[in-house]
Design a protein. Structure first.
Length: 362
């Protein structure tokens, strides 16, 4: 009997996560120098990291022999979100906190609800606990909250919602999310993943942290990987009732966020001009890419994030042709969208290069 057969059957049944192709990997495969490669595949910030965060990382290297202390970042996040520190749980990326929530509430014999074309980490976090995943059909490529409400069973413990969603970019207006929360049984946790929250126009943003007092079953997650430009440091957080946060902390590795990430995140949170600049760049890049897709006659899904998903006659062939030109975007066949590619909005010259490469590929 092989060791593989000894593994938990629900672990063996998981399809692995397919990350965006690393630049170094394409460089090896195609013999292209890595500095000539354009990666628009993982929704990373084209401006890099905030200069303040960079300084903080450099200063924090001095204390790297010490185990990390999360106090400063928890305090900063609590102050920013209007909650108290024991409602903040830090993660090694927000991916980590999604996993913690799953481990607190899911197990074999329980279920979680998620939407077709929603973020791939929800199936992973769910299935790795042995719980059942209930998938509801998408509405215009986004979450159908009525279908999700109807799919909740007596054994359901978590509903996963990404707003905006990745990879489709769909945005659910917040009054609809609030109306949904009103109808969900109080024993079901609703995870509202707001990884792209800072890319929303101010008029569409809502202080969802303030909803936790009305809905103790609400957990809001956010990340420093996207607009804050710290994807490689791995830091994100969850906002929850003190009771849920306490449970999450019991299954959390005590030192899950490293010293450099903590220092960078504290500084990044305060660098308002970097965040504003990143937002503005994204708005301009969105207009540039939408105009480009229109010119090329390509359909795309309206996006509220820092990426756009667009449709092709043969996405796999076009993807290969882009790779040959050193341009990495994201195939999303694994999300049930085999005819589509997702491109991250880059700087103006990056978007221009992408559109030129795409036109050539077509
Ligand atoms: C990128 C992303 C995250 C954040 O991932 P990290 O682990 O924080 O890097 C979370 N949710 C969605 C929907 C995302 O697209």
């Amino acid at each position: 009997m092989s060791l593989v057969e000894q593994a938990l059957p629900y672990v063996r049944a998981i399809s692995p996560y397919l990350p965006g192709k690393p630049m170094t990997e394409l460089a090896r495969e195609m013999g292209i120098p890595v500095e000539k490669i354009l990666k628009l595949a993982s929704n990373e910030n084209p401006l890099g990291m905030s200069p303040k965060a960079k300084k903080a990382v450099e200063a924090a290297i001095g204390g790297i022999e010490r185990y990390p202390d999360q106090f400063d970042l928890i305090k900063a996040v609590a102050e920013r979100t209007g909650l108290v520190p024991n409602q903040v749980v830090l993660g090694n990326g927000s991916n980590d906190v999604l996993d913690l929530i799953a481990r607190v509430f899911l197990a074999p014999g329980r279920s979680a609800v998620f939407a077709q074309h929603a973020f791939a980490v929800y199936p992973l976090a769910t299935l790795s606990t042995g719980a059942e995943l209930i998938s509801t059909p998408a509405k215009n490529y986004g979450h159908d909250l009525n279908a999700m409400r109807a799919a909740i069973r007596s054994d359901t413990r978590i509903v996963w919602i990404a707003n905006p969603n990745n990879p489709t970019g769909n945005f659910l207006p917040y009054p609809e999310v609030r109306a949904f929360l009103e109808t969900v049984p109080p024993a079901v946790v609703v995870v509202l993943d707001e990884a792209y929250n800072e890319y929303l126009p101010p008029a569409e943003r809502v202080d969802t942290a303030a909803w936790i007092k009305d809905f103790p079953n609400l957990v809001v997650t956010r990340t420093f990987s996207k607009i804050y430009g710290l994807a490689g440091l791995r830091v994100g957080y969850a906002l929850a009732s003190a009771e849920i946060a306490d449970l999450m902390n019991r299954v959390r590795q005590p030192f899950n966020v490293n010293n450099l990430a903590i220092a960078a995140a504290v500084a990044a949170l305060d660098d308002h001009s970097f965040v504003a600049e990143s937002y503005e760049l994204n708005q301009r890049g969105m207009a540039q890419l939408l105009a480009g897709f229109k010119r090329l006659g390509l359909e795309c899904i309206p996006s509220s994030g820092n990426f756009i998903t667009f449709k092709l006659a043969d996405a796999a062939v076009i993807n290969q042709k882009l790779l040959k030109q050193g341009v990495i975007v994201r195939p999303i066949g694994g999300y049930g969208l085999p005819d589509w590619l997702r491109v991250t909005i880059g700087s103006e010259p990056e978007n221009t290069r992408f559109l030129e490469a795409l036109e050539k590929a077509l």
